[in-house]
Ligand binder design. Structure first.
Ligand code: FES
Length: 105
């Protein structure tokens, strides 16, 4: 499935996402910068992304564990999510997200 990822400079990258894998893994596998320091264990905030407003419902709610980690992230917005906590499915074809600074820098 196609996913559009906007980098810190505002450039869009269309990457290939795989159903059953996480958004973080797909961003990483596409070669885009995402630190994801804990490897997807919901134990850091370095896979922070902003989900496009049109996709908030489709990506679901943050879990309590994710909420705790988001509290540690910088520049948190209503659309903030941890990319390792979004499992891709065909319903997310066309998803749009933007990398957050603490995922990259
Ligand atoms: Fe650490 Fe997502 S990679 S919380």
């Amino acid at each position: 499935m196609k996913i559009t990822v906007t980098d810190l400079d505002g450039n869009d990258h269309v990457i290939e996402g795989k159903a059953g894998w996480t958004l973080m893994e797909s961003i990483r596998d596409a070669g885009l910068p995402i630190k994801a320091e804990c490897g997807g264990a919901c134990a850091c905030a370095t896979c922070h992304v902003y989900v496009d407003m049109d996709w908030l419902d489709a990506t679901g709610e943050r879990s309590e564990e994710e909420e705790d980690m988001i509290d540690l992230a910088l520049e948190v917005e209503d659309s903030s999510r941890l990319a390792c906590q979004i499992e891709l499915s065909d319903a997310l074809e066309g998803l749009k997200v933007k990398l957050a600074r603490d995922a990259v820098l």
